[in-house]
Write a protein that binds this ligand. Structure first.
Ligand code: KG4
Ligand code: ZN
Length: 338
């Protein structure tokens, strides 16, 4: 039987954010994220440094999440954690910590797929409307670009996926070519707001059916910038907002071409976005524009878009309701399928 108050502690450590949240059923009591700044100077996540930073961050982050929630660890009913996908060294820290805590407190353990978390973040109870099943989810992050048919909290079918880079990488790598810091996605978003999205046309890479491809896009940006800076060394500086707006415009176009096709093929018109890139203002606005065509669209609250543990908590909560617990022998799994 589910207790009246169900306190769930969730841990997320799949990449470069050490995060912990406390939920009471589907309500978030605290949501703490320690983003690792160390990677900025390297222009990308350095796995070895990420796992070390998780090691030093995890106890303070968990302590703060409990404190902000006003909960003692003795009050917890279950521990949820990200099992994968992600970086092995990073996942190991969260997995080992979650297992130890569940063992010490003698409470159930719930292993969560990171992308389920991004999708189920829509069900965090903060007053906004939940998507009804079935719905389509466009999950867009630094590691994933997928169109998922979500039939229930545990039944999800991947209809299309990227064959190479994720859209977040397309943002970040294009930004790196322009000399922007890591991660460049949010900076491109900001700069794009002041630019002309039609200034520079970039090609749309081809990919079969509902799949995506972004590696050719990144190469096209690189060749374009090399060509233009040869003619004018100050080209980037003079045109930065227009270049960013054009990059964002093209990436939005690529994403929505396939999403439109998925809606046509499935007949499902409830459409949600999730993952770090769903923080992008261009993507958010464009999704909303489909309401005029009869889609009902769902955008997660901003704080639950980039990596966080509240989304792992809500995914764990669904598993708790199904009594779908994991054994203490569970291992981190960097390439786990949905
Ligand atoms: O989900 P997430 O936090 O981590 C992964 O699971 O990968 O996603 C991180 C990605 C990065 O590529 C980052 O540049 C991108 O999300 N991102 C954005 C924006 N905010 C974060 N991309 C475009 N526009 C944004 N506003
Ligand atoms: Zn993520």
């Amino acid at each position: 039987m589910t207790p009246q108050n169900l306190y769930l502690l969730a841990i997320e450590s799949s990449c470069d954010d050490t995060a912990c949240a406390v939920l009471n059923h589907d309500q978030v009591l605290s949501n703490v994220v320690a983003s690792q700044k160390i990677h900025k100077q390297y222009g990308g996540v350095v796995p070895e440094l990420a796992s070390r930073a998780h090691q030093s961050n995890i106890i303070p982050v968990v302590d703060q999440a409990l404190k902000e929630a006003g909960i003692d660890k003795k009050d917890l009913d279950a521990i949820a954690f990200t099992r994968g996908p992600g970086l092995m060294g990073s996942l190991l820290v969260g997995t080992s910590f979650a297992k130890s805590l569940a063992l010490a407190l003698d409470i159930p353990l719930l292993d969560v797929h990171h992308m389920h978390g991004h999708i189920l973040a829509h069900f965090i109870n903060d007053g906004h409307e939940n998507p009804p099943f079935p719905f389509l989810a466009l999950t867009i992050s630094g590691g994933h670009t997928q169109i998922v048919e979500v039939n229930s909290a545990s039944d999800m079918i991947v209809l299309g996926t990227t064959q190479d880079d994720a859209v977040g990488e397309a943002f970040d790598k294009s930004g790196k070519i322009l000399g922007l810091g890591y991660p460049a996605g949010p900076q491109i978003d900001q700069l794009a707001q002041k630019g002309n999205p039609k200034a520079f046309p970039f090609p749309i890479p081809k990919a079969p059916e509902l799949n995506y491809s972004f590696s050719g896009f990144k190469t096209a940006v690189l060749y374009f910038i090399q060509r233009e800076t040869k003619k004018d060394p100050d080209f980037i500086e003079k045109n930065l907002a227009d270049i960013c707006a054009s990059i964002q415009h093209t990436l939005v176009k690529i994403l929505f071409q396939k999403l439109e096709r998925a809606v046509d093929q499935t007949g499902i018109t409830h459409v949600a976005i999730g993952g770090g890139v769903s923080a992008n203002s261009g993507i958010r606005e464009h999704l909303k524009s489909y309401e005029a065509q009869g889609w009902t669209t769902y955008i997660p609250p901003f704080e639950y878009t980039t990596d966080n543990a509240a989304m792992i908590g809500i995914a764990g909560y669904f598993k708790y309701l199904e009594q779908d617990f994991s054994g203490l022998e569970v291992t981190a799994s960097p390439r786990i399928h949905m």
